[in-house]
Design a protein around this ligand. Structure first.
Ligand SMILES: [Zn+2]
Length: 253
């Protein structure tokens, strides 16, 4: 009798060892890219329907409060920023070839789309929209803070962050982040460049369509295609993201 009982009993030790061990636990961070007044309705560089992302982003934060660290990126330009048409006295949307010597004596070349002045340091347009939930523990990374270099990516400039490094990568490393969930503005510029940098730096990247908006339909389509090809996981809305990642999210806590 004793024998048959012990034969039928599941050995908890063996059972536990049968589970996969040594897998790296996933840890997610929510990256809210540039949700600033100048990109919202009535702003100097208004993105169509940008205000519509605020509700879904707040909802995502509310549902996943216990499971997500959060960072914001903030476009934070001096008045003479290289991306402003006014800096060069040229029309908005001109694509200008720029050659310049950087502090390390290295000469760099890049093509800069010229925008209306936006997100000037200290201006209202530079502030985060008041309807967006911002909590004490949220981290803010400012970018485009120097006159002579553009940083669309929340990690820094397009030269692998050699001239402006916002510190986002180091912060993610300390927090042992494996997955970055991107939302915000704009899909075809700052969101896309943040995604590309994140992939280059070894993170898994998720993007939720209901929580992003693009400047123009053609560039937005190209950006989504590029991100998808690079391995970014794209979801329709907050529910799609949560359903697809529920198990991994639960294991993070
Ligand atoms: Zn900018």
């Amino acid at each position: 009798m004793g024998n048959s009982q012990s034969n039928n009993k599941i050995n908890p030790v063996t059972n536990r060892l049968a589970q996969p061990v040594g897998l790296m636990r996933q840890k997610y961070v929510l990256g809210i890219i540039d949700p600033q007044y100048d990109f919202m309705r009535g702003g100097s560089l208004e993105v169509s329907d940008a205000n519509d992302i605020i509700g879904p982003i707040n909802k995502l934060r509310f549902i996943l409060y216990d499971y997500l660290d959060v960072f914001f990126s903030q476009d934070f330009h001096p008045v003479d920023h290289v991306s402003f048409a006014s800096t060069h006295n040229e029309p908005v949307l001109t694509v200008k070839k720029i050659n310049q010597i950087m502090g390390n004596s290295k000469q760099i070349h890049f093509e800069q789309t010229l925008w209306p002045a936006h997100c000037v340091q200290g201006s209202r347009g530079c502030s985060f929209h008041k309807d967006l939930v911002i909590l004490k523990g949220d981290q803010v990374f400012q970018k485009g803070t120097m006159s002579n270099i553009e940083s669309y990516s929340a990690f820094g400039d397009e030269f692998a962050n050699a001239y402006e490094n916002t510190g986002l990568n180091a912060w993610c490393k300390v927090k042992k982040i494996t997955d970055i969930v991107l939302v915000g503005l704009a899909t075809d510029y700052c969101v896309c460049n943040t995604a590309k940098d994140a992939i280059r730096l070894g993170y898994r990247v998720h993007l939720i369509l209901s929580c992003v908006r693009g400047v123009a339909p053609d560039t937005t389509k190209t950006a989504l295609d590029t991100m998808s090809k690079q391995g970014v996981k794209i979801y329709g809305d907050v529910e799609d993201f949560i359903n697809a990642n529920q198990q991994e999210l639960e294991q993070t806590n």
